[in-house]
Write a protein of this length. Sequence first.
Length: 117
Amino acid sequence: QVQLVESGGGLVQPGGSLRLSCAASGIRFSINTMGWYRQAPGKQRELVAIFISGGSTNYADSVKGRFTISRDNAKNTVYLRMNSLKPEDTAVYYCNVAGYDLLRNYWGQGTQVTVSS
């Protein structure tokens, strides 16, 4: 059974930083993409940053230069370092892992990030 457990969210002032973690377990399939999405109130869930099979990364334009995705394969953990946070980064952040077929698509429970003074 695939489990994705996020941590590291919280309340931070504009300009501050946070690091999110996603600990994965139970993955028994080839991974196509793995990374982070977010959903703000009243908005659709959107891609933030992901690893793509082969090692490349993809970032949303709105976070390029501020957010960095990384991973520790030994710990089966993916991280999202978020710097220069803005109020518009406020959202629930979800970890996702997807295989090469539509059935293999898993989400974590989400972690709240609130950027406010």
